[in-house]
Design a protein around this ligand. Structure first.
Ligand code: F6R
Length: 245
């Protein structure tokens, strides 16, 4: 087991700046990098920083490709809380990533075949060079909820009540998130060459502890990352809490 490197900052703004710099360095070293992207509240300030780098000419996605972790099943196309809409709003429409190379899991039609095609498309690009991850309070990565097998691949999953509650504020008033989603698997995620996991706020400390300061267990899907040799955890002091290291 290789311990992940923790990079701890005093504020969310500093975390966002550091993660954006990490991504800029990845793209500068490999302009045609294949990126694994996340959504969620954690990444809103990070993508804002990334867009600033892009506007200053410090970063280009022109040769890159991206694969998002997950998408809800059953939302109408263009729904404001879909992860496609999130990515358009916070990143895609502001940068030069070719639209054809900005992938999210397909949730239309024959889902099983689309999931296999998603895996195949990642493999055809040579695998993911840098995977960005948030973490759920229950230790989920992507939408791999507790109990997900460490070798799981892209598939349709049911969301837990706690995830539905955590994400309800992303939906228009009176609307709840759908009960299911398509997510890259834990196995898909750990195949990435490098992983950056970001956690902000004291409500993520327990998940970080279960992920990195306890024995790996499918009770905490993020603990699968302990077997990966190249994980960097960016967090604020509140999320780090009393975790050693
Ligand atoms: C998002 C995703 C989720 C989130 C996690 C944390 O694409 O896959 O695993 O990263 O739920 O969400 P926030 O950042 O909203 O706390």
């Amino acid at each position: 087991m290789t311990k992940p490197e923790f990079r701890v900052f005093n504020s969310r703004e500093e975390v966002a700046a550091a993660v954006a710099r990490h991504l800029a360095e990845t793209l500068s070293a490999k302009p045609a990098a294949t990126l694994g992207l996340a959504t969620g509240k954690t990444f809103i300030p990070i993508y804002a920083e990334v867009v600033e780098h892009f506007k200053k000419g410090e970063m280009s996605f022109a040769k890159a490709a991206s694969f998002n972790l997950d998408e809800y099943v059953g939302l109408p196309a263009g729904h404001p809380a879909s992860f496609r809409s999130y990515m358009e709003e916070h990143l895609f429409r502001h940068v030069d990533l070719p639209a054809a190379d900005a992938h999210l899991p397909s949730v239309e039609g024959e889902v099983e075949a689309s999931c296999a095609a998603y895996e195949a498309a990642i493999t055809a690009r040579g695998g993911i060079d840098l995977q960005l991850l948030g973490i759920g309070q229950n230790g989920h990565i992507g939408f791999n909820e507790p109990g997900s097998a460490f070798d799981s691949r892209t598939r349709q999953v049911e969301l837990t009540q706690s995830t539905i509650e955590a994400n309800t504020s992303d939906f228009p008033a009176g609307e709840l998130p759908p009960p299911s989603a398509v997510t890259m698997g834990v196995g898909t995620i750990v195949d990435a060459k490098e992983i950056v996991l970001v956690a902000l706020g004291a409500n993520k400390t327990e998940a970080l502890k279960a992920a990195f300061a306890s024995a790996p267990s499918t009770d905490c899907p993020a603990s699968a990352l302990q077997a990966h040799g190249k994980v960097v955890v960016y967090c604020d002091a509140a999320a780090k809490g009393d975790i050693e290291g």
